[in-house]
Write a protein that binds this ligand. Structure first.
Ligand SMILES: C[S@@+](CC[C@H](N)C(=O)[O-])C[C@H]1O[C@@H](n2cnc3c(N)ncnc32)[C@H](O)[C@@H]1O
Length: 181
């Protein structure tokens, strides 16, 4: 049963047979990158994070893999590193589980990164964002990202919100964005 935002994300990834290039915009402990490497036919996966601890944990989890590139920088600088079309962007916002809860994504750089992702998105590509409104910074980030996505041109983009309607305490939810085709 799909009972958590992470289950939704995995289902969306598993159903996509068009992933050649993927970017994990918030590598954290590397779980999402590993899932993409193991469950899609992606031949290149890039992962961004600003924390050295995330770099270490991700590389420890994934090991030596020629398909994988970790980039220790903000996802807001993605255009410095990637100039090809990308089939999957995945954002898992918030702070590093078991890490420093003060180092968290923030709405300003998240929105810059989402805008740049839209520019790099391949025609059938997807942007999947897991949002955590249950903590104060996450609440603001949730509001600001929703405001931004609500205003995307509906003739150009499809924006879907996947949320657990009857859960309490502002549970995490997923936004799915793609080109209208
Ligand atoms: C919820 S965790 C990601 C968990 C990860 N997807 C996993 O599978 O383990 C969020 C991560 O975003 C990172 N982060 C925060 N601001 C960032 C930024 N501007 N660019 C890239 N990563 C950032 C944090 O350091 C943290 O590791």
């Amino acid at each position: 049963m799909i009972d958590h935002a992470t289950h939704i994300v995995k289902e969306l990834i598993l159903r996509d047979e068009n992933i050649n290039i993927a970017v994990d915009m918030t590598a954290g402990n590397g779980n999402d990158s590993k899932f993409i490497l193991e469950n899609t036919k992606a031949n290149k996966v890039f992962a961004f994070d600003i924390q050295e601890l995330a770099r270490k944990n991700t590389l420890d989890l994934i090991g030596d893999n020629s398909k994988f590139n970790f980039i220790l920088d903000s996802h807001a600088n993605i255009d410095k590193y990637i100039n090809k079309k990308v089939d999957l962007f995945i954002f898992n916002l918030g702070y590093l589980p078991k890490g420093d809860k003060n180092i968290t994504t923030n709405w300003q750089s998240s929105i810059i990164a989402i805008k740049k992702s839209l520019e790099l998105l391949s025609p059938r590509g997807k942007i999947i964002i897991t949002i955590y409104p249950g903590h104060p910074a996450g609440q603001i980030e949730s509001e600001k990202i929703n405001e931004f996505l609500r205003n995307l041109n509906y003739k150009k983009y499809t924006v879907l919100s996947l949320a657990f309607t009857n859960k309490i305490n502002n549970p995490p939810y997923v936004m799915l964005i793609g080109h209208k085709i």
